[in-house]
Ligand binder design. Structure first.
Ligand SMILES: NC(=O)c1ccc[n+]([C@@H]2O[C@H](COP(=O)([O-])OP(=O)(O)OC[C@H]3O[C@@H](n4cnc5c(N)ncnc54)[C@H](OP(=O)(O)O)[C@@H]3O)[C@@H](O)[C@H]2O)c1
Length: 307
């Protein structure tokens, strides 16, 4: 059990992203008074010298590494170089600097994409590297597995209690709605809102609609991360899931209903489905939010960004 002092310097890397922003909100609510954040324009984490300067000037005792190049199937497919190279550079720079400047606890974030495509469900942490990756997210997965390995190496060689956390698919405020960069839920919200505004007769979704995905609200992930920061100290990464599982078709129906879209929904089976089922075996983190209750808020968030 760790005491996380509220006045100790806590660096949240990627605080403008969905996870980073949520975690900063939680730290503030929990009374933390020394939260360090820096935007990508001020500090590009791929710049090794600049990252070392930042750490030497701020000496963070705690680090949440939530900065990464993140995206859906299309972005992974078309920009594998960035997914591999940017993520490797960001991770290696932040972890090397954290090691040099004595960060006590570092939390590295991976995702369910790290596990083999044929993993038995629900996916246990011990499945790591037991089979080949899903090809649609291989570059991202390889970078993330390297991050997990670096955390394990630091634990073994230096005895520091750093950990890796693998969250399931996330949703919530601050999701990325940009074309080609978004995950399935945000992509569907954008597609249906746009179609409704333009009064289109139909929308076309990718794949068969059959794959099952587990979803978790980002604020529930933050609560889990804060809990794990206090009590998790193992070599193996730890999964954080919700048990809330839906087919892509069900999600499409929920979004369509929230938007009150009256047109037809078509499925383009020439587009990839990705893994057919991805559910994490996870301890119960008592999620407080449900997908149904949040889709309306996401529709409102995306709609207001258009005004
Ligand atoms: N979203 C999910 O469903 C999900 C699920 C499982 C795990 N995760 C993991 O959670 C972490 C955070 O994801 P997220 O959803 O919060 O992603 P996000 O919203 O895209 O946030 C990532 C943040 O990292 C920043 N960043 C990217 N490249 C950078 C660089 N070179 N230097 C400095 N900052 C950089 C981005 O800044 P800009 O916006 O300025 O580019 C952005 O603020 C990732 O490690 C991801 O793998 C996410």
């Amino acid at each position: 059990v760790f005491t996380i002092e509220s006045d100790a310097p806590f660096f949240v890397a990627g605080h403008n992203g969905m996870v980073g922003a949520s975690f900063v909100r939680l730290l503030m609510k929990s009374g933390h008074t020394n939260i360090l954040t820096v935007s990508k324009t001020e500090l590009d984490l791929r710049n090794r010298a600049a990252v070392f300067d930042f750490f030497s000037g701020t000496m963070p005792k705690y680090v949440l590494l939530a900065a990464a190049r993140v995206g859906g199937i299309l972005a992974n497919k078309t920009r594998p170089v960035e997914f591999l190279s940017d993520n490797l550079q960001i991770q290696v720079n932040v972890m090397d600097a954290a090691l040099k400047f004595n960060t006590l606890r570092l939390v590295f974030l991976g995702s369910s994409c790290v596990y083999p495509r044929m993993s038995p469900q629900p996916i246990k942490e011990t499945q790591l590297l037991q089979g080949s990756f899903e090809p649609t997210n291989e570059a991202y997965a390889v970078a993330k597995v390297a991050g997990i390995k670096q955390v394990q190496a630091v634990r073994r060689q230096y005895g520091l209690p750093w950990i890796s956390v693998m969250p399931t698919n996330l949703y919530g405020p601050g999701d990325n709605y940009r074309e080609g960069e978004s995950h399935v839920l945000a992509a569907l919200v954008k597609r249906f809102v746009d179609a409704e505004r333009l009064k289109l007769p139909f929308v076309t979704n990718w794949g068969s609609g059959e794959p099952l995905r587990e979803f978790m609200h980002v604020d529930d992930l933050s609560s889990a991360l804060y809990q794990l920061l206090h009590n998790y100290d193992e070599d193996l990464p730890v999964n954080v899931g919700s048990g809330e599982e839906y087919s892509i078709k069900q999600i499409s129906e929920m979004v369509s209903l929230a938007v009150r879209f009256n047109g037809e929904v078509r499925w383009d089976q020439s587009m990839p489905d990705g893994v057919m089922r991805k559910r994490l075996a996870s301890a119960n983190f008592h999620p407080r939010h449900t997908l149904d209750g949040t889709i309306k808020a996401m529709v409102a968030e995306y709609s207001s960004s258009l005004r």
